[in-house]
Design a protein around this ligand. Structure first.
Ligand SMILES: Nc1ncnc2c1ncn2[C@@H]1O[C@H](COP(=O)(O)OP(=O)(O)OP(=O)(O)O)[C@@H](O)[C@H]1O
Ligand SMILES: [Mg+2]
Length: 239
C-alpha cells in the first residue's frame, strides 16, 4: 500500500474566501486613508491567510514585537524593510519619511500589520497618520482585543471600513483540508468527529490529521475509520 503523505498546503477554506472578499471591498474605497481589522480566536488561520495573501500580492507584512513598546522606531524600520527601503534610518523622522515614500511608490497595495494590540496606542496613531498621508490601506490582524484597542482611538475606528471575524472551521473545511493536504476522502462520521473535537481551530485539525495519517500508515490502511480518528485525537492531545 503506498504511504499517505501530508503536505502543509494552503487551502482555500471559507475564512480565506471571506478574507479575499473583504480585501476587495476595502480596495473599492481607494483614495482615502482607511483601515480594516481581521480578528478571531487563536488558531483559526488569520496569520497564515494574511501571509499567503501578502506573499502572492507583493504586500508588506509586519508582525509587531513587544520590544517596540518603548519607541516607534523599530516598527518604522521593520515596515520600511518590508516595503523595500534600502537605507535603514536611525531616527524616527527620516524613518517615517522613508516609509511614506515607499507607500506612495507602491500603488495602493494593502499593508498587513499583525498584533499591534500588543503595543501602546501611539503605534496605532502612527498607522493612522501613514494611512491618511499615503492613502494606502492598512489591514490590522489580531486577537479579539484588537477591536477594543482600535475603538479606543475614535479617529482609528472611524477609518475602519471593514471588520472580518475568522469563524470556527466548518465540517466542509475539514473535508477540503484532508483532501487537499493528504489526498484523503473523509467519510462523513470521521469528518464530523475531527471537526467536533477541534473547536473550530485549524491548528488542532492539522495536528489531528497528521496523527491520523501516521496511524493509517502504521496500520497499512487506505481508508480512515472512527477508531483510528479516536486514537489520533488522543495521541495529538497528549503530544
Ligand atoms: N487556509 C489554510 N490552509 C492550510 N493550513 C492553514 C490554513 N490556515 C491556517 N492553517 C494552519 O493552521 C495553523 C494555525 O494558523 P494561524 O497560525 O494562521 O492561526 P492564527 O489565527 O493566526 O492563530 P494565533 O491567533 O494563535 O496566532 C497553522 O499551522 C497554519 O499553517
Ligand atoms: Mg496568528
Amino acid at each position: 500500500m503506498p504511504e499517505i503523505r501530508f503536505f502543509p498546503k494552503f487551502v482555500n477554506v471559507k475564512n480565506v474566501r471571506n478574507f479575499q472578499a473583504m480585501i476587495e471591498a476595502l480596495m473599492m474605497s481607494a483614495g482615502e486613508g482607511r483601515l480594516a481589522a481581521v480578528i478571531g480566536p487563536a488558531g483559526r488561520g488569520k496569520t497564515r491567510t494574511a501571509q499567503w495573501y501578502a506573499a502572492n500580492n507583493r504586500c508588506a507584512f509586519v508582525r509587531c514585537l513587544s520590544i517596540w513598546r518603548g519607541s516607534e522606531l523599530g516598527f518604522l524600520q521593520a515596515l520600511g524593510r518590508e516595503l523595500g527601503v534600502k537605507k535603514v534610518a536611525h531616527r524616527k523622522d527620516p524613518a517615517f519619511l522613508a516609509v511614506m515614500d515607499a507607500l506612495n511608490a507602491q500603488g495602493g497595495r494593502p499593508v498587513f500589520i499583525e498584533e499591534i494590540e500588543k503595543l501602546p496606542r501611539l503605534h496605532l496613531e502612527l498607522v493612522r497618520d501613514l494611512s491618511d498621508l499615503s492613502a494606502a490601506p492598512f489591514v490590522l490582524v489580531g486577537e479579539d482585543e484588537l477591536q477594543s484597542h482600535m475603538q479606543q482611538v475614535t479617529r482609528i475606528w472611524n477609518r475602519t471600513f471593514q471588520l472580518l471575524e475568522f469563524e470556527a472551521l466548518g465540517v466542509g473545511d475539514v473535508v477540503m483540508f484532508a483532501r487537499e493536504a493528504a489526498g484523503l476522502d473523509l467519510p462523513t462520521d470521521v469528518a464530523e468527529l475531527l471537526h467536533g473535537q477541534a473547536g473550530g481551530c485549524f491548528r488542532v485539525i492539522k495536528r489531528d490529521l497528521i496523527s491520523l495519517v501516521n496511524i493509517m500508515n502504521a496500520r497499512g490502511k487506505s481508508e480512515p475509520d472512527l477508531g483510528m480518528v479516536k486514537v489520533a485525537i488522543k495521541q495529538s492531545l497528549r503530544g
